[in-house]
Write a protein that binds this ligand. Sequence first.
Ligand code: PLP
Ligand code: ZN
Length: 559
Amino acid sequence: MSLTRSLERIQLECINCHTRIPLDRHVSGCPNCGENILEARYDFGQMNVGEWVGSLNRRRNNLWRYREVLPIQHAENIITLGEGGTPLIKSHALASSLGLKHLYIKDERQGPTASFKDRQATVAISALKEMGVEELVVASTGNVAIAYAAYCARAGIKLWAFFPSLTPGDKMREAALYGAEVIKITGTYDQTKELAARFAKSKGLFLDRGIKSVAAIEAMKTMAYEIAEQLGDEFENGERWRAPDWFLQGVSGGMGPIGVGKGFREMLDFGLVDKMPAMGIVQSTGCAPMTEAWKRGQRIATPIENPQTIIATLATGNPGRAYELLYDYVHDYGGTFTSASDEEAFEATVILARMDGISVEPATAVTFAGLIRMVRERRIKADEIVVVNCSGHTISVEKRILGDAWQHSVDLSDQVHQPTLPEEGLLSALQQVESGVRKIAIVEDNVDAARLMQRILAAQGNYDIQVAHNGAEGVGLVQTMRPDMVVTDLMMPDVDGFSLIEALKADKTTANIPIVVVTAKELTAQERKRLDGQIDMLLQKGSFLDEDFIQSLVTRLDS
Ligand SMILES: *Cc1c(COP(=O)(O)O)cnc(C)c1O
Ligand SMILES: [Zn+2]
């Protein structure tokens, strides 16, 4: 069959009212009821499912062998690194120590960037390429951004990757290596997502929609197709496909099991499998909103505001709609939600490595710790077929390759208890970064610091930079120069930075000039209040005179 099909081949169906609409870049919800989760539906046209399965044997063993059930219209838009087609490894030692006869490890570490997010990346980035998207914003605890960065590099799409500070530096470096703009947010993952969304909106950039992304769910479901095919080889001589009794995964946002669940539902409808697997959802105990809600019998999860786990990959505090979908799945088809502590996960890492020769990242180890727990609690029976999503391998990048200028830092740590992000400051600071500044006034009493900033800025482009060495001189300079940006210190003799800012704000002709404050001083609450709403960016202490930070900031000015 031909790969290029008509647009009508793929439709989107509202999960709430089942209205169908064509696949289109601009669709973000159901036109009938407003539901924002839509599922892809495929028309096989003249071909029947038996023929389709027969044709698979002639195809390469990667994710795109299932292209008729993936949301891409034209094969030439596919961005691939050979992802998918990962082995289903039979466990011997761990299985027998747990008394399990059929324990299988779906080895997603073997993807191009070493996690199952490669599936999401190949489908999502191909879809974005097909839609003509050129710039993309994503918030990630690590692996999504790494995978997206690699595929974006191939697609020629610019990626802005926002990470919470809990993400290991090695992972952020990996994304930077692929050319992504790395922005580290000192705050929770949920705050990071919110800031990324505002950034995308303010700049009119495409934002990755996570669970609401059709491509992501469709990508994850290919794991189900592969598992059914592979278990068919294992148990049915390849004559039929087969669903396992259990699918287990360590869960954060829940994209994996939601996609896998959809895959099995499709195969059940096609008559390719005869049952749905039970779902074993494992969360990190320090961030287990789904598991806690499940225990209380609730279909809506209460968000965890301050996750208490060092396993960044699983630190989604607010699972939102994803939990409702998973709740319904487990309610309808069986399974359970459980959790494992960081310590249990680290123990499981060592057990799995020593027994089966498989080294996993902590998020994956949580799944194995959950497996051990579910076997001990006799939820999983000895002769059941169990498939564990071995979701990721830890990667580290040689630090010296990148130098120090590979990330931008934004500190939200003193806002953790506030439900929303403050309007002022952060976004305008981020916007500022690209606003095409040409004339800069530096007000700084420390001669060395002033010279350093001047040198860094001058190295970056053809800026008109002038320096004043105290506040009074600064006011005069700004009035005569009319710069596009003022960079000022706070602590200066006589007229200090606070007074300078007040003077500039009080004068109509200078009030709108963006002000960046750099200071080595830790600000008191009162001082912060004084600056509140007056300035566009605060570079404090560590980042002050952090040459590379300013440098990378300035790099943005002209890009
Ligand atoms: C993303 C990720 C998870 C969690 O996946 P979700 O299905 O999105 O909750 C688990 N393990 C690894 C290695 C991951 O990258
Ligand atoms: Zn609807």
